[in-house]
Design a binder for this molecule. Structure first.
Ligand code: PGA
Length: 249
C-alpha cells in the first residue's frame, strides 16, 4: 500500500505572519491526519515560520525549488543545505510555472532533483503535458520525454526516495481538472516508464500525485483511482478549512 501524500503548493502567496495564522487554523482540522503524509510548500521566506508552526505535528514542510549547487555564486538561488537547515523535508522541482516562466528544463530538473536527494530532502518532481501537446495527441510522448530526461538518470536508490506529481498544464489554475480517468491514464504511462527503467518493485512503491484544480469537491473522485497516490494542490491549499477538507477527503 502506498501512503498518500496530500501536498499544498502555496506558490507566491502569504507572509510569515499569514503562514502562522494558517497553521493555527489548519492544525486542529487536519493536523493529525495519520493515513496520509501532509506537506505544505510555502515560499522560502516562510519556511522557518511554517516549520515552527508545524512542530509537534505530523505536517511536513517543503520548499518550491532548490539550487543544484551546495553553495556558490548563484544569485537568487537557495541550496539544499539552506533548505534543510530550516527544518523543511521536501521540495517541489520542475513545477510547470518554473518551466514556463523561468526557463526550467528537464536537464535542470534532473540536477535539482539530484541535489535534493544529496541533501536529504524528498523531491516532488512535477511533470505534465501542455494543452497543445494533449490536443495534438502527444501527451504521452511529452510525459515520456520529461521522464527520460528529468528522472530516468537517477539510480535505483534515488528513485525510491522521490515522489512524482503529474500536473497537466492545462488544468493548473484553470478550474479545468483532468477527469479521474485522464489522470489515471497519465499515471499509468509514468508508472510504466518507472517500471521499464527501475523494475516492478520500484514502480509499485513510487507515489504519483495528481495536481491541477484539485478542490474539496473533486478530491474524492480523483483519490478513488487506485493509480492516484495523492494530490498537489495550488489555489485550494491557501485556505485552511478548504485544504483540511481535501486532506480529510
Ligand atoms: P491549482 O495549482 O491547484 O491552483 O490548479 C496546482 C499546482 O500548480 O500545483
Amino acid at each position: 500500500m502506498r501512503r498518500p501524500v496530500m501536498a499544498g503548493n502555496w506558490k507566491m502567496y502569504k507572509t510569515p505572519a499569514e503562514t502562522t495564522t494558517f497553521f493555527e487554523k489548519f492544525q486542529p482540522l487536519a493536523g493529525n491526519a495519520i493515513d496520509c503524509e501532509v506537506v505544505i510548500c510555502p515560499s522560502f521566506t516562510n519556511l522557518t515560520a511554517a516549520v515552527e508552526a508545524a512542530r509537534g505535528t505530523p505536517i511536513r514542510v517543503g520548499a518550491q525549488n532548490i539550487g543544484w549547487a551546495k553553495e556558490g555564486a548563484f544569485t537568487g538561488e537557495v541550496s539544499g543545505p539552506m533548505i534543510q537547515a530550516t527544518g523543511a523535508t521536501h521540495v517541489l522541482i520542475g513545477h510547470s510555472e518554473r518551466r514556463h516562466y523561468f526557463g526550467e528544463t528537464d536537464e535542470t530538473v534532473f540536477k535539482r532533483t539530484q541535489s535534493a536527494l544529496e541533501f536529504g530532502l524528498t523531491p516532488i518532481v512535477c511533470v505534465g503535458e501542455r494543452l497543445e501537446e494533449r490536443e495534438a495527441g502527444r501527451a504521452e510522448a511529452a510525459l515520456v520525454g520529461q521522464f527520460q530526461k528529468g528522472i530516468a538518470g537517477l539510480n535505483e536508490q534515488q528513485v525510491a526516495r522521490i515522489v512524482i506529481a503529474y500536473e497537466p498544464v492545462w488544468a493548473i489554475g484553470t478550474g479545468r481538472t483532468a477527469t479521474p480517468e485522464i489522470a489515471a491514464d497519465a499515471h499509468r504511462v509514468i508508472r510504466a516508464q518507472v517500471r521499464g527503467k527501475f523494475g516492478k518493485a520500484a514502480s509499485d512503491a513510487l507515489r504519483i500525485l495528481y495536481g491541477g484544480s484539485v478542490k474539496p469537491d473533486n478530491v474524492k473522485s480523483l483519490m478513488a483511482q487506485p493509480e492516484i497516490d495523492g494530490v498537489l494542490v495550488g489555489g485550494a491549499s491557501l485556505d485552511p478549512a478548504g485544504f483540511a477538507s481535501i486532506v480529510n477527503f
